[in-house]
Ligand binder design. Structure first.
Ligand code: HMG
Ligand code: MG
Length: 307
């Protein structure tokens, strides 16, 4: 441990605000506003933006216009615009829209998976097989999420032993990257250590992302623990601290990108991301959302202190 040296691998962020953030908002945000949000995020130095989801519009109406969002964004060279897909139909729609990268998703708890995607864990993995085959045939990179990897809103605590076999199966299917989700934002640094110890025996650290929601205010502590104690560099976050899954009752937003960039930078990371531009991107969304933002830095910015 110690300060980050320039030779050390630096943290990388996958921005999930346009997908995880906006999927959980009750206000209707227009495709124009969503695209403007994505474009503003692309100018902050972020290198990957999960731009939307090609899921069933009955399941998540907020994501029904993702194709329109993809059509409206101004693609910035060097930025990856990815999309969440649950099945082959989603993959077809994502490819048609020109997504640069595909994310599939399952969970470590059966009840959550049933509620979220109407499939058991093993059924969902069977569903992925053709999706993964076709994604690879199209030479697109592939991420797989495992939700409820620490706690399930229906089943309670989830042990590492439930997560590891799913990780092994997904790695065996050839996914390029894994995102391990604390879907209801209840994990502590102790939980993170318990999972990372065995997980890093089976997943190369550069393929691992951690996806912390922040319901109990521990997401920053979790991210710093993962980075400083285990060398994990991949983190998902959502500008403005928006987020939550409609099928995970009680879950609040993701760790806010601006708070995460602030914390990692304060801890010695060289992020290359402009925090002012992040908070401005989030602020521009507020009139469409109809509520203030949850991130610490948004609150600091709104009081005008410390600037
Ligand atoms: P189902 O009802 O079993 O699907 O839902 P189905 O295959 O029986 O199809 C039913 C209807 O949906 C059909 O239409 C299909 O065509 C249509 P109809 O014939 O009745 O007119 N349909 C679709 N339409 C558009 N795009 C599609 C699609 N698929 C089917 N891709 C299904 C199963 C998986 C589709 C559904 O449950 C679903 O879409 N669930 C997604 C739920 C979701 O998006 N949750 C939030 C994202 S996950 C998350 O937030 C967690 C994460 O952030 C990590 C973490 O925090 O832990 C990633
Ligand atoms: Mg999430």
């Amino acid at each position: 441990m110690g300060y980050a040296l320039s030779a050390e691998p630096q943290p990388r962020i996958v921005e999930v605000g346009p997908r995880d953030g906006l999927q959980n908002e009750s206000a209707v945000v227009s495709a124009e506003k969503k695209a403007a949000f994505v474009d503003a995020l692309a100018k902050t130095g972020l290198k990957e933006i999960e731009t939307g989801a090609f899921v069933s519009p009955q399941a998540v109406p907020q994501m029904a216009d993702t194709a329109e969002v993809f059509a409206k964004i101004q693609r910035r060279p060097g930025v990856v615009y990815s999309a969440l897909v649950p099945n082959q139909k989603g993959l077809e729609r994502a490819m048609q829209a020109g997504a640069d990268k595909i994310s599939v998703f399952t969970a470590a708890s059966e009840t959550f998976n049933q509620k979220n995607i109407r499939a058991s864990i093993s059924e969902s993995i069977e569903r992925f097989r053709p999706v993964i085959r076709e994604t690879k045939a199209a030479r697109l990179p592939l991420r797989a999420y495992i939700s409820t990897a620490f706690h399930c809103p229906y089943e309670g605590p989830v042990k590492p032993v439930a997560v590891l076999p799913i990780v092994k199966t997904l790695m065996g299917l050839g996914v390029d990257e894994l995102s391990i989700g604390d879907t209801i934002g209840k994990a502590s640094p102790r939980d993170v250590r318990s999972l990372l110890k065995p997980l890093l025996d089976i997943v190369p650290v550069e393929k691992l992302f951690l996806h912390f929601h922040d319901t109990y205010g521990m997401a920053i502590a979790n991210a710093l623990t993962a980075w400083r104690e285990f060398g994990v560099t991949g983190f998902d976050s959502s500008t403005g601290g928006l987020g939550g899954c409609p099928y995970a009752p009680g879950a609040s937003g993701n760790i806010a990108t601006e708070d995460l960039v602030f914390a990692l930078s304060a801890e010695g990371a060289d992020m290359g991301i402009d925090i002012e531009k992040l908070t401005a991107a989030a602020r521009a969304l507020v009139p469409s959302l109809g509520h203030p933002l949850d991130s610490r830095l948004s609150r600091v910015a709104s009081t005008g202190r410390h600037s």
